[in-house]
Every structure is written in structure tokens, then in C-alpha cells.
Design a binder for this molecule. Structure first.
Ligand code: RP5
Ligand code: MG
Ligand code: MG
Length: 279
């Protein structure tokens, strides 16, 4: 497993909590590290017992590595270890124990919709990059309100929700602001994007996310799926409007030099290569 980097960011997001430093060579749980003493941190928003969060372990002992009622506690990466009743991050040490900002012990499942189109000039011709000579892809990106980084408009899978639903719902909420729309507007949005989202889509990633919110006991996982508007007259024609946890939304040229949230750039690399686009 690749060493997570963002999951070891010095200051935990949304807090003044500093992680216990974890150099590359001590990431692996199997590497002895007697001096390791992770900082304990679970955000007040999580301890307040919102519907989306688990209780503290002790009073609560979930069914790890299985479907626990309507919550899927299985990892996309196979079975994870549980130590003293707490799940262990499958990518190793993060310098922080507890759940931080994450609601679930163990995997916190998300889905990432990567909506793409070809970049076109004013006459409608596809634009080719001067260096690579390859056509340039654009994807719908949102600027996250929590950290200000550009990201794929993904979100958490609700208990019992199908991933195909999460992909469409999160795209509607964050990139089309469906939560603020009237019921009839919302219905219109769903109609306009249903065709694209009902198409098979290209799954480009399934597994652990190197997310800055990860801890030793709670981590993000995702399924990232590319929905491509080949002709440019499906989603491309919809007005984008940021909503929910998105501050801005925009079509952005896909290129290896982008700086994106978590390991989202890696998902886009797969999309670009699969579609024979500029990278
Ligand atoms: C990332 O966090 C996932 O890849 C997904 O984009 C996102 C889900 O969390 P929220 O956007 O709901 O905060 O790890
Ligand atoms: Mg969301
Ligand atoms: Mg989101």
C-alpha cells in the first residue's frame, strides 16, 4: 500500500491539534515504533452524537469488517485489523487516534462523480494541447468550503444508499445546488442529468482515500466514477451553481499540474489516460 501523505498533515483540519509526527519509515504498523504516541482527537461535532456519527467505543461495539445493519463497515481494500476494539487504518499510522472529523469508526464510505467533457473553442472544435497534441478534457470541480482546495464534488454514502445514487445526489447538491432548488426545479435537474448518470460510467478508483481527515481509527474510502459528456450537449449545457459543502464550482482543464484535494489528482490521471486525453 502506498504511504499516505495527506493523512499525516501536521495540523489536523478544523483544529489546533498537531499530529504526532510519523516519518515515512514508521508508517507501517508492522514497523516497531516504541516511541509512537498518537494524539487523541475526536471533533466536538462528532462527539455531539449527530445521526451520521457512531457513538464512542465502549458503550458501542460495532460489527467491523461486515455489513452492520445499514452501515457498511467493510473496506474496499479487504479486511482491516481491530486492536483493543478499535479498527486500524489499513495504510498505517497517522499520528492521531480517535475519529477526528469522521463519523464512523473504520471506513467512511464516499463516492466521487467525475463529470467530463472535451474542451472546445468558440467554433465548437476540440482543443488540443500544444505540448502533448492530445485533446484537453475538462471536469466539474468544486472548491471545498472546509479547506479551500479544489476537489471532485464527492460525498458520503448514506446508510443503505446505492453508490450510483450517491454519485448523482452529491453532484446535484454540490455542483447544481439542488438542495436550494424548488421541488419542480429539482425534478428538472434530475431529468437533465439522469441520462448521463444512468450510463454505465467508467470506474477509475475504488479504495482508500489519502484524506487529511483520516486517523489511526477512521479513514475515507471511495468509489470514483467518470461520466463523460462526449458530444458536449448533456451536462455541459447545465448552469453550474455551487451548493452544500462547495463554495465555488467550475469546469477545469485536466492536467497533471493541478493541485487537488486528497488523492483526487490520481483519479483524474486514470480518466485522462483511459480517454486518451492530454495529461
Ligand atoms: C474525500 O472526501 C472523498 O474522495 C470525497 O470527495 C469526499 C467526501 O467527503 P465530504 O465531501 O462529504 O466531506 O475523501
Ligand atoms: Mg456533499
Ligand atoms: Mg462533499
Amino acid at each position: 500500500a502506498a504511504a499516505h501523505v495527506k493523512a499525516r498533515c501536521p495540523v489536523y483540519p478544523g483544529s489546533d491539534t498537531h499530529r504526532f509526527p510519523v516519518p515515512d519509515h514508521t508508517v507501517d504498523w508492522d514497523t516497531d515504533c516504541p516511541q509512537y504516541s498518537p494524539v487523541k482527537y475526536t471533533a466536538p461535532t462528532v462527539l455531539n452524537k449527530p445521526a451520521w456519527a457512531d457513538p464512542e467505543i465502549g458503550s458501542f461495539s460495532p460489527q467491523f469488517n461486515s455489513i452492520d445493519g445499514s452501515v457498511d463497515r467493510r473496506s474496499h481494500e479487504g479486511s482491516y485489523r481491530v486492536q483493543n476494539g478499535k479498527p486500524l487504518n489499513p495504510h498505517g499510522r497517522t499520528g492521531l487516534e480517535g475519529r477526528g472529523l469522521l463519523g464512523r469508526w473504520g471506513p467512511n464510505h464516499a463516492a466521487d462523480p467525475i463529470v467530463t467533457r472535451w474542451k472546445r473553442d468558440s467554433t465548437g472544435q476540440c482543443v488540443h494541447h500544444t505540448n502533448s497534441q492530445l485533446p484537453v478534457l475538462q471536469f466539474v470541480s468544486i472548491k471545498r468550503l472546509d479547506c479551500g482546495e479544489w476537489a471532485i464534488p464527492g460525498g458520503m454514502v448514506d446508510p443503505g444508499e446505492r453508490i450510483s445514487q450517491t454519485l448523482q445526489r452529491e453532484f446535484s447538491e454540490e455542483a447544481l445546488n439542488s438542495l436550494q432548488a424548488s421541488p419542480s426545479q429539482r425534478e428538472n435537474i434530475q431529468k437533465r442529468i439522469a441520462e448521463l448518470f444512468n450510463s454505465a460510467g467508467l470506474q477509475v478508483y475504488k479504495g482508500y482515500v489519502d484524506d487529511p481527515r483520516n486517523t489511526d481509527n477512521a479513514w475515507m474510502e471511495t468509489v470514483a466514477v467518470n461520466f463523460h459528456d462526449e458530444s458536449g450537449n448533456s451536462v455541459s449545457e447545465l448552469p453550474l451553481q455551487a451548493g452544500d459543502d462547495a463554495g465555488q464550482v467550475s469546469w477545469i482543464d485536466v492536467d497533471s499540474s493541478l493541485a487537488l484535494y486528497a488523492n483526487h489528482l490520481h483519479f483524474l490521471e486514470t480518466v485522462a489516460k483511459e480517454r486518451n486525453a492530454h495529461w
